[in-house]
Design a protein around this ligand. Structure first.
Ligand SMILES: Nc1ncnc2c1ncn2[C@@H]1O[C@H](COP(=O)(O)OP(=O)(O)O)[C@@H](O)[C@H]1O
Ligand SMILES: [Mg+2]
Length: 379
């Protein structure tokens, strides 16, 4: 089993033991005893990595303002954790367990996409005030609100994120914010083949120096284990699929024809063609064939309980933009635990045919599977 390592590790250096780490393990073991989790040595082995972050959070917050400035030595950067590994291994589950376990500390757990979206919006507003450095006030504002930031699914695919995330993390850490994050990729593969990647590389070094980088090497893809129940995914998207989708719509809406649902996002209008009582219906092309972005999908996910999506086609490098939007949409729906009912050209694992983007799609396929589970978003 791997140990938890990072460049800087005062706790490890002092050989300190933390009671809190034991209690996080106790929380995990209790869930296993209660039958809520299956015992998994790799998951259990990742828990001590969170302990260092916990130990830091238990200490009083670093002094801000004049006292901080007067302190002779620069404070040590807070420990952070970069937990990575394959899909369905339990990274998000462990992080959520940890976040729930951290008491009395201002904290925030957020999907990385959604967070970066907010940062860009904040910077946009800051620029209007004529500041020369739009990132600093936005980062400082976050640092005033939290001591722990937990990001789910850190991935960098966008140059606008790639170019600011390094300074953002640096400033947050300098202000004493501890960062834990999950990712599907080893740090060296972040923003792989991205534009101007050389400018991004120092960020990777920063992760490796300041954060514990831990791979969750669980054998089990738990998402595969949770599949059962009513059919909510129809392939191929033929006449029979259409009639099944129609039947489900009627059932969910009591045969209501529905109405267009108009959402306003950043001053623009995003329309779901047909909606009734939190159930929306639209085609793949309505949702992913137009230049919509993460903010639009988050708004859609926030407005619906159930999304019925018709005619997901085969995806590949030839319709890369549509595919990329689809990935973002599914992330937003997943995060908001929206029920997805869909017709598609093929089963999730067969939807993406080779080429750029195939790796990213593995996670989406896994989520499409999980979202078919009987217990998905059951409330
Ligand atoms: N040890 C476990 N026993 C039972 N279910 C688990 C276990 N670990 C994870 N799961 C469940 O499997 C699904 C996938 O886990 P998740 O944390 O989302 O994986 P990842 O973030 O690594 O892709 C979730 O629904 C999660 O609650
Ligand atoms: Mg996850």
């Amino acid at each position: 089993m791997q140990a938890c390592r990072r460049g800087f590790s005062p706790a490890a250096a002092l050989g300190m033991q933390f009671r809190m780490s034991d209690s996080l393990i106790e929380v995990y073991d209790r869930k296993v005893e209660q039958g809520l989790l299956r015992p998994d040595a790799a998951q259990r082995g990742a828990l001590p990595c969170f302990a260092e972050v916990l130990a830091y959070l238990r200490k009083p917050a670093p002094k801000a303002g004049l006292m901080g400035l007067l302190a002779r030595r620069k404070p040590e950067p807070p420990p952070g954790l970069y937990l990575w590994g394959g899909v369905g291994r339990g990274k998000s589950m462990l992080m959520d367990l940890f976040v729930a376990h951290v008491d009395d500390v201002p904290k925030r757990r957020v999907h990385f996409h959604a967070f970066m979206q907010e940062i860009h919006e904040g910077m946009h507003a800051a620029r209007k005030t004529g500041t020369s450095d739009a990132l600093a006030p936005v980062a400082d504002n976050v640092a005033r609100q939290v001591r722990l930031l937990a990001f789910d699914e850190m991935q960098i695919t966008d140059i606008t994120d790639a170019m600011i995330v390094g300074r953002l993390f640096e400033r947050l850490m300098a202000a004493g914010v501890a960062i834990v994050t999950t990712s599907n990729r080893v740090p060296d593969d972040l923003y792989k083949n991205g534009l101007n990647r050389a400018l991004f590389v120092p960020f990777i070094d920063m992760i490796k120096t300041n954060m514990i980088v831990h791979e969750l090497v669980s054998e089990t893809d738990y998402r595969q284990h949770r599949l059962a129940g009513a059919q909510v995914y129809f392939s191929p998207a033929d006449a029979q699929a259409r009639s099944e989708m129609g039947r489900i719509w009627d059932e969910l809406t009591g045969h209501d024809a529905g109405q267009p649902l108009t959402l306003t996002v950043k001053g623009r209008e995003v329309v779901i063609a047909q909606a009734h009582n939190g159930v929306g219906r639209a085609s793949f092309w309505d949702l992913c064939g137009k230049p919509l972005g993460a903010a639009d999908y988050l708004a859609i996910a926030g407005a619906l309980r159930v999304l019925m999506m018709d005619d997901i086609p085969y995806l590949s490098a030839t319709n890369y933009n549509e595919a990329k939007r689809f990935v973002t949409l599914i992330d937003a729906l997943y995060e908001a635990r929206v029920r997805l009912i869909a017709s598609a050209a093929a089963q999730p694992e067969q939807l993406y045919r080779e080429g750029t983007g195939a790796f990213e799609f593995e996670r989406t396929a896994s989520r499409l599977r999980e979202m078919q589970g009987a217990d998905w978003a059951a409330d």
